[in-house]
Design a protein around this ligand. Structure first.
Ligand code: PLP
Length: 858
């Protein structure tokens, strides 16, 4: 039966409880422990059964219970305190103003917005619209942007079914369930036009228009806008565009990415926000650049080149994978079918258009690569850890011709995690007491603050941690029992589950997506050796494992089954526990309650990894392969490194070596340190490592630091450049585009005629060398180029490595030739090389390599 009317019915609250509504609709409750406590206190069972969703709670709680708490002065006081905290939080976020606001207010600048596009956002359990680390990172990015008062908005898709819930069948094989997200009972606001009607945007797809409405979720001061196509008059197929995260086939995927990128830009326009910087978190949203260029051409009358210039000046791209196989690829035919009309608008031929997303623009058979396209459209590109930066620069080097790898303009901003979202409540309170409440956003420059970690009494830190471990054990047992009951398992199995794990035993945690490169079963390689550790008389170890495999990843699912089977068949079920349906909330319990956080990726496949950071903030030492963030952490003091950062050609041999190293570390280091207790059962050596984990990792691997880096190094710069490029009806962008056109045309006429050095090839350390160079600039002007010496050590293949550029000075013309001069000296001995190169130079370029032009002396 279809209804003839629909109503959006909101909960009815007694007047005194009205503040609960505001608290429920701002996700601030997710990281403000006081507010979270308040909702738990309101109704503990309902809190659990609603999947930690205060809006649903308020909608379904009994009138009687509301009446009870309305008369409970303790509750009212608690509620009012939480409401005050929220008000104070919303009005008092000074970082952005201190950094930038005052200056801009003085200039009378308009307010600016930075738009952060992501296919997934992991914010809280109630919103299952994320699959793993990428989503949680995006969620933490919004939370920290809010903490800093940054004018950032998120843009994403609101999935009707979201990402799947995992359960296991009796054989340990992963099954998927797709619970429906009930938008009206979630902390979501439908977006309306000023006249109260539903705001809708429309996107052209072949032969039809698809409509989407928008929802907002409030993350502190940051709004996250999400599109939803599940409305009339869209066809059933189109309604399902926003049905599942990473579901469906390639066709559906391109539909989604069109909606995210193109629909997202249209939404920002409909909202009337003055967006001055566009951030693509992964390549899924890269089609945004097409729509922005179309708008600039059709609405501002720009040429394609000028429109492209505006977009490049104000866009940025964060890449999250170290392997080409990780990129989204679409067949050329498919791209032309869905997006060919943009080629027409841009005045580009088919191959010119497709070349925007091809590494080798001359390869007409290559698919369209979203990462390559995102790179071409961005004036700032970053990877997510230092090692990942190195790998990415090598991977993308081809896009910049003969540029030395270390100069490829792909920088790195190491990921972080949001401290108040991942540190256990009681541990936060402990840090608040000893370090002061600023710890959660303070950087490593606050040395005095971080030194105070050492003043926490060992006993207090340890007892707190033991309680977290005990909580995890209780949770794990209850959770297993619940999962087994749901599956209809035997009574024997259920009874067994009530007894798993021991709250006094060294607990090793491993939880993340079950992608095969993460090698979740590496620690099972030598079962006899493992059993000796598990069954030791008084120095046991136990393992808690969790994670989902992508529904189509059969090898990933096999790893899960292997773990379940091993636990069962090898009599390890008490000491090796797999917890189904890993999510944000389970992650929080695990990173707080385990003793060691294990990670065994195949280096360098783990771009960053973030769960280990969450664990470190809770005081857990990491035990991990030197990959991602761990490679740049103080791994000796805050945990243990498996291997020494080697790479292997033979994966089987690699597994053998690294599994052995893992066992050695457990037997010789981890277990002895953990069980080395004083008379009061305190392991002081271990506690020292815990303190170091907090003290040395928390300030750095924190999204407070990360978002500040993004703001200073990218958002502010892009935003200023956008304003500069678009003033005066985009005149500067038009001029820069013309300049580029001219420089590209004349570049190859230019020649380096001759180079003269003052001394012979034998020089001494610090002896000055004078260099003169004569260039024929042809049609170019001296101000169009920079001429640089490029000097550095020569490797065994005769190449300059880790070279540094030294600018040469223009000294006027000698006839047709331009003279350049510089003086250098070598401050180290050995075989050193010198070369000379020319790069384009214009103040509007985001970096000297934006155009990919470079002329080297031969
Ligand atoms: C933090 C987190 C991740 C990321 O874990 P990695 O170790 O970086 O792979 C994945 N899923 C959830 C639910 C998380 O909370």
């Amino acid at each position: 039966m279809q209804p003839i009317y629909k109503f959006n019915v909101s909960p009815s609250l007694p007047d005194t409880l009205e503040p609960l509504r505001k608290l429920a609709y701002n996700l601030h409750w997710d990281w403000n422990t006081d507010t979270k406590d308040l909702f738990q206190r309101l109704d503990r069972d309902l809190w659990e059964s609603s999947r930690h969703n205060p809006v649903l709670m308020l909608g379904t709680i009994s009138q009687q219970r509301l009446q009870e708490v309305a008369e409970d002065e303790g509750f009212i006081a608690h509620m009012n305190r939480a409401a005050l905290q929220l008000d104070d939080y919303l009005t008092n976020r000074p970082w952005y103003r201190q950094q930038r606001g005052k200056e801009r207010e003085k200039q009378g600048s308009d307010s600016e917005y930075y738009a952060y596009f992501s296919a997934e956002f992991g914010l809280c359990r109630a919103l299952p619209i994320y699959s793993g680390g990428l989503g949680v990172l995006a969620g933490d990015h919004l939370k920290s942007a809010s903490d800093l008062g940054l004018p950032l908005v998120g843009v994403g898709l609101l999935y009707q079914e979201g990402y799947f819930a995992q359960y296991l069948n009796a054989d340990g094989w992963q099954q998927e369930r797709y619970p429906i997200n009930d938008f009206y009972n979630l902390p979501l606001h439908p977006i309306r036009n000023p006249d109260g009607s539903e705001l809708r945007i429309s996107v052209d797809y072949p032969g039809r228009t698809v409509y989407a409405r928008a929802w907002r979720v409030q993350v502190g001061t940051v709004s996250l806008y999400m599109l939803d196509t599940n409305i009339e008059p869209n066809s059933q197929y189109d309604q399902d565009i926003t049905d599942q995260l990473y579901g469906g086939d390639k066709d559906l995927r391109i539909h989604q990415e069109i909606m995210l990128g193109i629909g997202g830009v249209k939404l920002l326009k409909a909202l009337g926000l003055n967006v001055t910087a566009y951030h693509m978190n992964e390549g899924h949203s890269a089609f945004m650049a097409l729509e922005r260029m179309r708008m600039l051409m059709q609405e501002e009358g720009l040429s394609f080149e000028a429109a492209e210039q505006v977009v490049v000046s104000s866009s940025m791209f964060t890449t999250h994978t170290p392997v080409p196989a990780g990129f989204d690829l679409f067949p050329a035919e498919m791209v032309m079918h869905y997006l060919g009309h943009y080629a027409e608008i841009f005045g580009l031929s088919r191959e010119e258009f497709l070349a925007l997303g091809r590494e080798n623009t001359g390869d007409f058979s290559a698919p369209f690569n979203m990462a390559i396209f995102a790179i071409r459209m961005s004036g700032f590109i970053n990877s997510v850890a230092k090692l990942h930066g190195k790998v990415s620069r090598a991977m993308f080097q081809h896009l910049w011709n003969a540029l030395p790898t270390e100069e490829v303009p792909v920088t790195s901003i190491t990921n972080g995690v949001h401290a108040r979202s991942c540190v256990a409540k009681e541990t936060q309170e402990l840090y608040d007491r000893y370090l002061g409440p600023e710890w959660s956003t303070s950087g490593a420059n606050k040395e005095r603050l971080w030194r105070r970690v050492l003043s926490i009494p060992d006993e207090e830190l340890w007892r707190n941690h033991e309680r977290r471990r005990a909580e995890l054990v209780v949770f794990a047992r209850d959770w297993l029992v619940k999962c087994l009951e749901e599956r209809g398992a035997s009574l024997k199995e259920i009874e067994q589950a009530k007894d798993v794990l021991d709250p006094g035993v060294l607990t090793i945690g491993f939880a993340r997506r079950f992608a095969t490169y993460k090698r979740a079963t590496l620690f099972l390689r030598d079962l006899d050796r493992l059993k000796r550790m598990m069954n030791h008389a008084d120095r046991r170890v136990q393992f808690v494992i969790a994670g989902k495999a992508h529904p189509k990843d059969m090898p990933g699912k096999e790893l899960i089954r292997d773990i379940v089977h091993t636990a069962r068949d090898e009599g390890m079920h008490d000491w090796l526990v797999f917890l189904p349906n890993y999510d944000i909330e389970m992650s929080r319990l695990m990173v707080a309650g385990c003793d060691v956080w294990l990670n065994t990726p195949r280096r360098p496949r783990e771009a960053s990894g973030t769960s280990g950071m969450k664990a470190a903030m809770n005081g857990l030492p990491n035990l991990s392969v030197l990959d991602g963030w761990w490679d740049e952490a103080d791994y000796a003091r805050t945990g243990w490194a498996i291997g020494h950062g080697e790479m292997y050609d033979d994966p089987n041999y690699q597994d053998e070596v690294e599994a052995n190293d893992l066992y050695d570390l457990l037997e010789k280091e981890v277990i002895p340190l953990f069980y080395d207790r004083d008379a009061d059962e305190i392991p002081h050596g271990w506690v020292t490592k815990m303190k170091d984990a907090v003290r040395l990792n928390c300030p750095t691997f924190n999204t407070a630091r990360m978002v500040k880096d993004y703001a200073r190094r990218a958002y502010f710069v892009l935003s200023d450049r956008y304003v500069a490029m678009t003033e005066d009806r985009c005149q500067p962008a038009k001029e820069l585009a013309q300049w580029k056109h001219r420089v590209e045309r004349d570049w190859y006429e230019m020649k380096i005629d001759s180079v003269e050095i003052s001394d012979s090839t034998d020089v001494q350390v610090n002896q000055p060398i004078f260099v003169k160079a004569w260039l024929d600039l042809a049609a170019l002007q001296p101000e169009d180029v920079t001429v640089e010496l490029y000097r550095g050590e020569v490797d065994d293949r005769g190449n300059i490595i880790n070279g540094t550029p030294v600018a040469m000075e223009y000294c006027g013309k000698e006839g047709d030739r331009s003279l350049y001069r510089a003086e250098i000296a070598y401050n180290v001995s050995g075989l050193q090389g010198l070369s000379l190169r020319v790069l384009p130079d214009h103040p509007g370029l985001s970096n000297p390599h934006e155009m990919g032009l470079i002329l080297w002396a031969q």
